[in-house]
Design a protein around this ligand. Structure first.
Ligand SMILES: [Zn+2]
Length: 168
Protein backbone atom coordinates (compact mmCIF):
# COMPACT_ATOMS: atom_id res chain seq x y z
CA UNK A 1 0.00 0.00 0.00
CA UNK A 2 2.80 2.37 -0.32
CA UNK A 3 4.85 3.02 -3.26
CA UNK A 4 3.40 2.94 -6.74
CA UNK A 5 3.48 3.43 -11.06
CA UNK A 6 1.43 4.19 -15.03
CA UNK A 7 -0.07 4.03 -18.48
CA UNK A 8 -3.33 5.52 -19.29
CA UNK A 9 -6.70 5.38 -20.85
CA UNK A 10 -7.22 6.90 -24.22
CA UNK A 11 -8.16 10.39 -23.38
CA UNK A 12 -7.55 13.36 -25.51
CA UNK A 13 -7.59 16.25 -23.16
CA UNK A 14 -6.59 19.79 -23.34
CA UNK A 15 -6.35 21.54 -20.05
CA UNK A 16 -5.51 25.17 -19.89
CA UNK A 17 -5.16 26.60 -16.47
CA UNK A 18 -4.43 30.26 -16.20
CA UNK A 19 -3.55 31.45 -12.78
CA UNK A 20 -3.30 35.01 -11.59
CA UNK A 21 -1.12 37.47 -13.41
CA UNK A 22 1.42 37.14 -10.67
CA UNK A 23 1.95 33.52 -11.30
CA UNK A 24 3.14 31.58 -14.21
CA UNK A 25 0.84 30.65 -16.97
CA UNK A 26 0.25 26.98 -16.75
CA UNK A 27 -0.45 25.28 -19.99
CA UNK A 28 -0.99 21.58 -20.07
CA UNK A 29 -1.73 19.51 -23.05
CA UNK A 30 -2.55 15.87 -22.92
CA UNK A 31 -2.61 14.18 -26.30
CA UNK A 32 -3.32 10.70 -27.56
CA UNK A 33 0.13 9.44 -26.79
CA UNK A 34 -1.14 9.24 -23.23
CA UNK A 35 1.29 11.68 -21.81
CA UNK A 36 -0.01 13.99 -19.18
CA UNK A 37 0.68 17.64 -18.86
CA UNK A 38 4.03 19.05 -18.96
CA UNK A 39 3.87 20.94 -15.78
CA UNK A 40 5.34 24.14 -14.63
CA UNK A 41 6.55 24.18 -11.09
CA UNK A 42 5.29 26.24 -8.25
CA UNK A 43 1.69 25.30 -8.29
CA UNK A 44 0.00 25.59 -4.99
CA UNK A 45 -1.63 22.75 -3.10
CA UNK A 46 -5.18 23.82 -3.76
CA UNK A 47 -4.67 23.90 -7.50
CA UNK A 48 -2.80 20.65 -7.41
CA UNK A 49 -5.60 18.97 -5.47
CA UNK A 50 -8.13 20.28 -7.95
CA UNK A 51 -6.16 18.71 -10.74
CA UNK A 52 -5.74 15.44 -8.84
CA UNK A 53 -9.46 15.32 -8.14
CA UNK A 54 -10.33 15.87 -11.76
CA UNK A 55 -7.89 13.24 -12.91
CA UNK A 56 -8.90 10.86 -10.12
CA UNK A 57 -12.55 11.01 -11.08
CA UNK A 58 -11.67 10.26 -14.71
CA UNK A 59 -9.65 7.24 -13.62
CA UNK A 60 -12.51 6.11 -11.40
CA UNK A 61 -14.98 6.49 -14.26
CA UNK A 62 -12.83 4.41 -16.54
CA UNK A 63 -12.61 1.72 -13.85
CA UNK A 64 -16.40 1.84 -13.52
CA UNK A 65 -16.68 1.08 -17.21
CA UNK A 66 -14.48 -1.97 -16.81
CA UNK A 67 -16.05 -3.06 -13.51
CA UNK A 68 -19.69 -1.89 -13.54
CA UNK A 69 -20.37 -2.83 -9.90
CA UNK A 70 -17.95 -0.08 -8.90
CA UNK A 71 -20.60 2.45 -9.83
CA UNK A 72 -22.16 1.83 -6.43
CA UNK A 73 -19.11 3.38 -4.77
CA UNK A 74 -17.89 6.93 -4.62
CA UNK A 75 -14.44 7.63 -5.94
CA UNK A 76 -11.88 8.02 -3.15
CA UNK A 77 -11.07 11.37 -1.62
CA UNK A 78 -7.61 12.74 -2.21
CA UNK A 79 -5.20 14.37 0.13
CA UNK A 80 -1.63 15.62 -0.14
CA UNK A 81 0.87 14.36 2.39
CA UNK A 82 3.53 17.06 2.90
CA UNK A 83 5.99 14.81 4.71
CA UNK A 84 6.61 11.59 2.81
CA UNK A 85 9.69 11.42 0.60
CA UNK A 86 10.00 7.66 0.07
CA UNK A 87 6.39 6.59 -0.01
CA UNK A 88 4.78 8.22 -3.02
CA UNK A 89 1.20 7.24 -2.26
CA UNK A 90 -1.01 5.44 0.21
CA UNK A 91 -4.55 4.17 0.07
CA UNK A 92 -6.60 4.03 3.27
CA UNK A 93 -9.25 1.70 2.00
CA UNK A 94 -11.50 1.77 5.04
CA UNK A 95 -11.60 5.56 4.79
CA UNK A 96 -11.92 5.65 1.00
CA UNK A 97 -8.94 7.98 1.04
CA UNK A 98 -5.84 8.25 -1.13
CA UNK A 99 -2.85 10.23 0.08
CA UNK A 100 -0.19 11.40 -2.33
CA UNK A 101 3.25 12.75 -1.49
CA UNK A 102 3.36 16.46 -2.22
CA UNK A 103 7.17 16.50 -2.35
CA UNK A 104 7.13 14.20 -5.36
CA UNK A 105 4.84 16.48 -7.34
CA UNK A 106 7.00 19.43 -6.48
CA UNK A 107 10.34 17.82 -7.23
CA UNK A 108 10.34 18.01 -11.03
CA UNK A 109 8.08 17.66 -14.05
CA UNK A 110 9.08 14.08 -14.71
CA UNK A 111 8.04 13.06 -11.22
CA UNK A 112 4.92 15.17 -11.51
CA UNK A 113 3.87 13.22 -14.58
CA UNK A 114 4.75 9.94 -12.91
CA UNK A 115 2.63 10.82 -9.90
CA UNK A 116 -0.35 11.59 -12.12
CA UNK A 117 0.06 8.77 -14.58
CA UNK A 118 1.24 5.96 -12.39
CA UNK A 119 0.95 6.59 -8.68
CA UNK A 120 -2.53 8.07 -8.81
CA UNK A 121 -4.11 5.14 -10.71
CA UNK A 122 -2.04 2.70 -8.64
CA UNK A 123 -3.59 4.00 -5.43
CA UNK A 124 -7.08 4.34 -6.86
CA UNK A 125 -6.93 0.74 -8.01
CA UNK A 126 -6.12 -0.27 -4.42
CA UNK A 127 -9.43 1.28 -3.42
CA UNK A 128 -11.34 -0.28 -6.32
CA UNK A 129 -9.79 -3.66 -5.55
CA UNK A 130 -10.93 -3.37 -1.93
CA UNK A 131 -14.46 -2.36 -2.93
CA UNK A 132 -14.76 -5.20 -5.40
CA UNK A 133 -12.87 -7.99 -3.71
CA UNK A 134 -12.46 -7.06 -0.06
CA UNK A 135 -9.26 -7.29 1.93
CA UNK A 136 -6.23 -8.33 -0.12
CA UNK A 137 -4.52 -11.60 0.66
CA UNK A 138 -1.28 -9.60 0.73
CA UNK A 139 -0.68 -7.34 3.66
CA UNK A 140 0.77 -4.66 1.42
CA UNK A 141 -2.35 -4.80 -0.76
CA UNK A 142 -0.55 -5.86 -3.94
CA UNK A 143 -2.43 -9.12 -4.27
CA UNK A 144 -3.51 -11.10 -7.30
CA UNK A 145 -6.69 -9.09 -7.95
CA UNK A 146 -4.90 -5.77 -7.66
CA UNK A 147 -2.23 -7.00 -10.11
CA UNK A 148 -4.92 -8.09 -12.55
CA UNK A 149 -6.67 -4.75 -12.33
CA UNK A 150 -3.44 -2.85 -12.88
CA UNK A 151 -2.67 -4.84 -16.01
CA UNK A 152 -6.22 -4.44 -17.24
CA UNK A 153 -5.89 -0.70 -16.74
CA UNK A 154 -2.68 -0.68 -18.75
CA UNK A 155 -0.07 -0.37 -16.05
CA UNK A 156 2.58 -2.80 -14.85
CA UNK A 157 1.63 -4.32 -11.50
CA UNK A 158 4.68 -2.85 -9.83
CA UNK A 159 4.73 -1.98 -6.18
CA UNK A 160 7.92 0.05 -6.40
CA UNK A 161 8.55 3.43 -7.93
CA UNK A 162 11.79 4.78 -9.37
CA UNK A 163 11.51 8.35 -8.10
CA UNK A 164 14.23 9.61 -5.87
CA UNK A 165 13.78 12.86 -4.08
CA UNK A 166 15.49 14.46 -1.15
CA UNK A 167 14.00 14.57 2.29
CA UNK A 168 13.65 18.34 2.14
ZN1 LIG B 1 0.43 -0.01 -3.71
Amino acid sequence: MNTLVCGRANYTIIIVAVSSVFEKLIFCVCLQNNTLPWYTMGMDKTKLLTLINREGVMIWDSLCETYPTLVAYDPPKFKLNPYTWRTAGMCFQDLNLVELGYKFFKSNTKNFDYMMQVILPHEIIHQADFNLHGESEKRCGHGAQWCKMMLQYGLPADKFHPMEISRK
